[in-house]
Design a protein around this ligand. Structure first.
Ligand code: SF4
Length: 290
């Protein structure tokens, strides 16, 4: 798995090598780790992680042994298409180390130098005896945001929290492709009222915290790239918060994400009817409407 070189280059050119110390690790992790993993998981039905509940009280204390992956999609596409196994969820770090020593398993030498949880070099430090292992990762950030995105579903959102309070501490923007136009509220209102348009458009209504929107990000970015130079343009509208009542009343939105096709010859958009959110399914939908 490798990150997309052009995305890394764009990040480093615009923000420098160490932007994560300034504005949080999510953007860098998204480009270097999450998107490559997302691409790899699209070819699978299940994956196995080494997550443990005692690793991170802020984010991992409730992980189940087996779950439907809350963040990524598998080869069949759509929510629920990927199983995530966490077979050592219930095992403590102490027991893991007892096993490793008993079985004489070779381990990374950094562990004996105080590096208990090891990630990328600039975001990892050694901890002192008595400090929690997660204090060695992204130590400048709130403990509740300490997931790189590979296990982002561990961070509670409005969908999963009991009190309904939406956690936006770690949320970063979606669909950052140069081929995707971001509509403002005024722009989408004007656009949606046009009787005719110069081009047809496919537009996603999304919320940055929504795991299903995050799961389709790579597919939608790839779709935009494939449609570049054609007469079908690609757009996005953040329909969360103050825009949500408008999107629900005027843009057929019942849940996130909602995907709309605006034909150049029709005023009213046609809603994408499927939960298969892969590029081929999007293209088939567009072809059927042209
Ligand atoms: S752990 Fe740090 S360096 Fe590695 S991808 Fe995340 S922010 Fe970037």
């Amino acid at each position: 798995m490798f990150p997309d070189a052009s995305e890394v280059e764009a990040l480093v050119r615009s923000k420098g090598m160490f932007s994560f110390y300034e504005d949080g690790h999510q953007e860098c992790c998204r480009i270097r780790k999450v998107r490559p993993l997302r691409r790899a998981l699209k070819g699978l039905k299940a994956w196995i992680t080494g997550q443990r509940r005692d690793q991170s009280p802020g984010t991992r204390s409730n992980i189940p042994i087996v779950q439907i992956d809350p963040s990524f999609e598998g080869m069949d596409g759509g929510p629920g298409s990927l199983i995530k196994w966490n077979p050592v969820a219930n095992v403590t770090g102490t027991d893991i180390w007892s096993f490793l020593r008993t079985m004489n398993v070779p381990v990374n030498v950094l562990h004996s130098q105080g590096y208990i949880s090891i990630g990328c070099e600039p975001c990892t430090r050694a901890v002192l005896p008595g400090m929690h292992e997660r204090e060695g990762r992204w130590w400048w950030e709130d403990a509740k945001a300490k997931e790189c995105g590979l296990h982002k579903g561990n961070i509670e959102t409005a969908e999963t929290s009991n009190n309904g309070a939406q956690n936006t501490a770690s949320v970063s923007e979606l669909f950052l492709s140069k081929d995707i136009k971001a509509f403002s509220r005024a722009e989408i209102e004007e656009f949606a009222n046009l009787e005719k348009r110069e081009n047809s458009w496919i537009v996603v209504l999304y919320a940055p915290w929504c795991p299903y929107c995050q799961a389709m990000e790579a597919s939608f970015n790839e779709l935009a790239e494939k449609l570049g130079g054609t007469n079908v343009k690609v757009g996005k509208f953040n329909a969360d918060k103050e825009n949500k009542p408008y999107a629900m009343a005027e843009l057929q939105m019942k849940s996130f994400p909602t995907i709309l096709f605006f034909s150049k010859n029709l005023r009213n958009p046609i809603k994408y009817p499927s939960e298969q959110r892969d590029v081929d399914s999007f293209l088939a939908f567009i072809r059927a409407l042209q």
